[in-house]
Design a protein around this ligand. Sequence first.
Ligand code: NAI
Ligand code: A1CAB
Length: 279
Amino acid sequence: MSQTNTLQTAFPPIAFIGGGNMASAIIGGLIRQGVPASSITVVEPFEASRQALKTQFGIDALPAASDALQSAQLVVWAVKPQSFKEAAEPVAAFTRNALHLSVAAGITTESVAGWTGTQRIVRAMPNTPALVGKGMTGLFARPEVDAAGKALIAAVIGSTGELTWVEQEAHLDAVTALSGSGPAYVFLFLEAMTQAGVDMGLTAEQSYKLAVATFAGGSELAARSTESAEVLRQRVTSKGGTTYAAITHMQENKLPEIFIAAMRKAEKRAQELAAEFGK
Ligand SMILES: NC(=O)C1=CN([C@@H]2O[C@H](COP(=O)(O)OP(=O)(O)OC[C@H]3O[C@@H](n4cnc5c(N)ncnc54)[C@H](O)[C@@H]3O)[C@@H](O)[C@H]2O)C=CC1
Ligand SMILES: O=C(O)[C@@H]1CCC=N1
C-alpha cells in the first residue's frame, strides 16, 4: 500500500489552532499526501488568513473555537508562544480527549498540559522548508502518549519532510536553535553570497542562482556522503588556493565561534519564551 493510501485510510479528523505559516506548511503536507480538506478543521481569528486557507486548500476555517472541534482526534497548536494561553482557553473544553501536538517555540508540555487539561501531548519543532516537503522536525512525546499516538504524529509530520525524536524535552530548545531557526541562517548566507557575487560583477539573478544551487548541492552531497563535513570541506580547499583564502579569512575572524554563540542565543531565547509565556 502506498504512503498516500495509508494516510487516507488511517487519518482521523484533525484540528489546527492557528492557521498561519506553520499550520499551512503542515496542512499542505497532509493534503499533498491525499488527506481530504474535509477532515481538517482550523480555528483562525484573522479574516485574511482564513481567506488564504480557503484559496490554498479549500478549507473553511472557523473564526473562533466551537463544538466542531469535538470530533478532532488530533489537535495541532500552531499559534505564537505569546498567544498560546489565550488561544487555549476557549478550545480546551472541546478537546480533552484528543491527542495534542504543539509546534510553539519554547512552550513546555507542562504548560500545554495545564492549559488543555490533558497529558497526551507531543511537542514539535518543525521548520519552514516543510512548505516544500523538505522540513526537518524534532519531536518530544510525554510518557502518556502511546505508540499509536506517536505513529499518528510521525505520519502527520512525516508528510512535511524528515523527523527525529528527542528523549529530553530540553533538547527541543537545541533543535529550535539548529533546524527551527536554521533556515534563516541559510537565507542570511544566501543574501551575503549573492551580494558578494554582485560586488564582483555578476547580475543579482545569476548570483542568487549560483548561491542557492551551491547550498542545495552542498547539502545533498553531505546527505549522501559517508564522509564528515570537515573532510568534504577539506576536499574543496586546495592548499594556497581560493577556498583556502576564503576559509582562512572566516576562521581568523571567528565565524564558526560567532555561529555557535549565535545559536546559543537562540536556545536561550527559547528558554526565555517558556519563562515569559508558559505560565
Ligand atoms: N515560522 C517558523 O519558522 C517556525 C515557527 N514555529 C512555531 O510555530 C508557531 C506559529 O508560528 P507561525 O506559523 O510562523 O506564526 P503565524 O503568525 O504565521 O501563525 C500564527 C497564527 O495564529 C493565529 N492566532 C492568533 N491568536 C489566535 C487564537 N487566539 N486562536 C487561534 N489562532 C490564533 C494568528 O492569526 C496566526 O494566523 C509559533 O509558536 C512558532 O514558535 C515553529 C517552527 C518554525
Ligand atoms: O523564531 C522563532 O521564534 C520561530 C521558532 C523557530 C523558527 N521560528
